[in-house]
Design a protein. Structure first.
Length: 387
């Protein structure tokens, strides 16, 4: 019992701090997402400090709140998103300031001004032109009215601070280590290739041991769903890459020493097709596993051959994932693997002819599985398809 307590009695906060330590070490060792996150965080903090210094000293405002607030918000994940949000936020801030000033002039007191302008500003915050920055109109109105007297001078002062913060935030983000997302595409493609290999290996192992229960089928479906999520992550990374290169000058890209050999978009489409074939394969197996359905699984000997073929394809997927992470672009020859796959394919064709004599239901399942294996083979080994 004491041993169990020692093994499981570790405080929850200890695991969290261990994870933080791993991320800190990863950021220190090599470029990656952790280091990018550290850089963006430090840039946002530096932009806020600079904006406060300029606003408090240059504009003689001891409560220079607006400038650092806007600056820290506008250090975004890309330079283009910083500019877009700067325009949206500046428009929302101007709207909030003007509405608060008009409400104060009409009602003559802070409570009445808040009651008059906040409903209007909250409705305007849902306007698509403001994007996700519309809420800053209402918060700006609260800050403006809470600051005391609302005059034309104070309104202009707040708008000027917002403009100053926007300029500093965008400038810091664009000129100091601009965020350019190029590694994410390669990393997500490699993760997708590895995940495909894992799913195929799991399916092969289950087929080899003739596992056809409901839990196994659910595991196949869950694996196919994970591939869809991975594929969406690849597409999202591709969009981030495209956006991060907008409005970023070539000298600054060179200064960052970022990788330029990003996999082409054709790789995204290829792995999208692979994901579709894996999904179709798992659906075929799920149908064959249902007892009330007519199609039935093939013989154990044929399934073992098919499992070995899936294992070979899974190894090819793992190899391509490793090559993507290593930055390679040319597929190395694997004559022994290709010959093994061709031999297994011939055995499956013979098994298909044998199954045809035992009934159409077995032939239907095996024929569909062989077709999906051929599609996976062609997509994961383009040289084999051409051959």
């Amino acid at each position: 019992m004491t041993r169990v307590r020692r093994a499981t009695g570790r405080p929850a906060w200890a695991g969290k701090w261990t994870g933080v330590g791993h991320k800190v070490r990863a950021a220190w060792r090599s470029p990656g997402r952790e280091r990018d996150l550290v850089v963006q965080s430090l840039k946002a903090a530096g932009a806020a400090v600079l904006a406060w210094f300029v606003a408090s000293d240059g504009m003689d405002d001891p409560m220079a709140l607006m400038a650092p607030w806007v600056a820290v918000v506008l250090v975004q994940a890309t330079v283009y998103s910083s500019l877009r949000r700067a325009a949206q936020q500046f428009g929302a801030i101007c709207t909030g300031t003007v509405c608060a000033s008009v409400a104060q002039a009409v009602t003559g007191n802070t409570l009445g001004a808040l009651a008059l302008c906040l409903p209007v500003l909250m409705l305007l915050s849902n306007w698509s032109r403001f994007g996700d920055q519309g809420i800053y109109g209402a918060t700006t109105a609260v800050f403006t009215l809470a600051a005391g007297s609302v005059t034309a001078a104070t309104v202009g002062h707040r708008v000027g601070q917002a403009a100053l913060g926007a300029v500093i935030g965008v400038a810091v983000n664009a000129l100091i280590l601009p965020p350019i997302h190029l590694r994410d595409v390669r990393e997500n493609l490699a993760a997708l290739a590895e995940e495909v290999g894992d799913v195929l290996h799991t399916v092969a192992d289950d087929m080899r041991h003739e596992r056809w229960d409901a839990g196994t089928v659910a595991g196949w479906s869950h694996g196919a769903a994970r591939l869809e999520h991975r594929l969406e992550a690849v597409r999202s990374a591709r969009r981030w890459r495209t956006e991060s290169l907008r409005l970023t000058s070539r000298p600054l890209r060179t200064l960052r020493r970022l990788p330029s050999d990003v996999p082409p978009e054709a790789e995204d489409e290829r792995w999208s097709r692979v994901t579709g074939h894996v999904t179709a394969l798992t659906r075929t197996l799920a149908v064959a596993a249902e007892e009330e359905r007519t199609p039935t699984p093939p013989d154990a000997r044929v399934l073992d051959t098919y499992a070995r073929l899936l294992d070979l394809i899974a190894r090819a997927c793992h190899a391509q994932g490793c090559r993507l992470l290593a930055g390679g672009g040319v597929e190395e020859a694997d004559d022994r693997g290709e010959e093994a796959r061709r031999a297994l394919h011939r055995q499956l064709q013979e098994g298909l002819r044998e199954q045809a004599g035992q009934g159409a239901d077995r032939t239907t399942v095996l024929g569909s599985l062989v077709l999906q294996a051929e599609n996976l083979w062609a997509e994961t080994s383009p040289r084999a398809a051409r051959g």
